[in-house]
Design a protein around this ligand. Structure first.
Ligand SMILES: C[S@@+](CC[C@H](N)C(=O)[O-])C[C@H]1O[C@@H](n2cnc3c(N)ncnc32)[C@H](O)[C@@H]1O
Length: 253
């Protein structure tokens, strides 16, 4: 992604201080209603409706995408949620600690967290890390979190290929969901959130290197989420949990 492709946008005086702080922290321009018009950026972070949101030029005035911290449709609203879906089978019932090394919109991370696993998250895009951090702050304020004195997962901003090599304690499981090249004719239409992520970040071309780092760093297993058309990332996995359009390949040590 080019450096000038995103900025912080603020058109609400009440959010000016927080927006200025965010722009300084991320070392990106802070734009207002006037300066945004001719600015070269295509994507913006903006505080809106109590969330940090990702906007493109179409959603500059209204809308945007934030990390959704609510349970997925069909997920049981209890904590810990039952470990019964494909994701839980792939992570393993006996697994305790998990690192999600490709957090993205944190939807898998949050599902893993709600199932009661000890979770740490890594994300290398500073833009996504800012959105995740905002989501985790909102999560911390939820009644069910406060009542149980739960802390949101720790988020580490940086490249997992380097960060995993420096871990003090090996987690039981490392979870990977890198961006694979799209195959539009064969796959379902991805959600807007994933499309925009692809527009901003592109494919993760260093997937094999990431897998190698995860394999070295995990104590027991590496789980790779793949679209159904993609070849397994590291040869034949020990287990595959097949969904409708995706699968979880499990490599066991
Ligand atoms: C397909 S998205 C993950 C979606 C996520 N599983 C979810 O539920 O929203 C891939 C994400 O992994 C991040 N990523 C890819 N390679 C990485 C690496 N080596 N280190 C850290 N983050 C990485 C990308 O920046 C991107 O945000």
């Amino acid at each position: 992604m080019q450096l000038d492709s995103w900025a912080v946008f603020c058109n609400d005086a009440l959010q000016l201080n927080a927006s200025r702080q965010l722009a300084e922290q991320l070392v990106v321009p802070l734009l207002d209603e006037e300066s945004v018009v001719l600015a070269p950026q295509a994507f913006f972070l903006s505080y809106r409706q109590g969330c940090l949101m990702l906007l493109d030029r179409q959603t500059l005035r209204k809308g945007g995408l934030a990390v959704d911290i609510e349970p997925r449709p069909g997920e049981q609203h209890s904590y810990p949620a039952p470990k019964k879906d494909l994701l839980a089978q792939a992570i393993g019932r006996k697994t305790r600690s998990v690192i999600d090394a490709t957090t993205g919109w944190a939807q898998d991370s949050l599902a893993i967290f709600r199932m009661g696993y000890e979770l740490q998250c890594i994300e290398r895009s500073p833009l996504m890390a800012a959105l995740i951090s905002d989501g985790f702050q909102r999560l911390a304020q939820k009644d069910w979190m406060l009542n149980r004195q739960l802390q949101p997962p720790r988020l580490i901003s940086g490249n997992a290929i380097q960060l995993l090599a420096d871990l003090a304690v090996a987690p039981d499981c490392i979870y990977l969901d890198p961006m694979f090249p799209a195959k539009p004719k064969k796959s379902a239409l991805p959600k807007k959130a994933m499309l925009i992520l692809r527009d901003i970040l592109g494919d993760d071309l260093d997937r094999a290197e990431l897998f190698a780092a995860a394999w070295q760093a995990s104590a027991k297993r590496v789980v790779v989420k793949s679209p159904d058309y993609a070849e397994p990332i590291a040869g034949k996995p020990a287990e595959t949990h097949q969904g409708k359009l995706l699968r979880y390949d499990v490599y066991i040590k």
